[in-house]
Design a protein around this ligand. Structure first.
Ligand SMILES: [Zn+2]
Length: 152
């Protein structure tokens, strides 16, 4: 029993220390990303566990939209980082973590199908955020409507 407990506590320590590497390029961006990760954790632990399971590195991109790189890196757009809305960064991390998950599963989805899933996932997360901005909700709903149109 003692050995089991020692084993369990080691596992817990390993899980806690398995942190996502957040690139630090100055301007307080690393702190903003860490605040967003913390926000995900306090809003709904499921999305936090999901992010940790699928992403081990967060960096930035000059592109106007956030994206993924390889099978475990999320790139947040510098535009979003400059705007600095923690809930926006948090919902982006949730959205992109599902892209990483789907990429790893190797499902043959069309771009439309995949974005639809990711924006729905993002919207479900936003419902959990107590101080969510209305424009973030509107954006997710607009994108869901956009990708729901099948005749294009
Ligand atoms: Zn997407």
């Amino acid at each position: 029993m003692k050995q089991l407990l020692a084993c369990l506590s080691l596992l817990i320590t390993l899980t806690v220390s398995a942190q996502i590497k957040v690139d630090d390029i100055g301007e307080g961006w690393k702190d903003s990303v860490n605040r967003a990760i913390e926000k995900i954790k306090e809003s709904d632990p499921f999305y936090h566990v999901f992010l940790n399971a699928n992403c081990n590195h967060i960096s930035y991109t000059m592109a106007s939209f956030s994206t993924t790189e390889g099978d475990s890196t999320i790139l947040i757009s510098t535009r979003q980082m400059k705007a600095g809305y923690v809930n926006d960064i948090a919902s982006t991390l949730v959205h992109e973590s599902l892209h990483l998950y789907l990429k790893r599963l190797g499902l043959k989805l069309t771009e439309r199908e995949e974005e639809l899933m990711c924006y729905r996932f993002e919207l479900m997360f936003l419902f959990r955020v107590i101080d969510v901005e209305a424009w973030l909700m509107s954006h997710a709903i607009t994108m869901i409507n956009h990708y729901s149109i099948t005749d294009k």
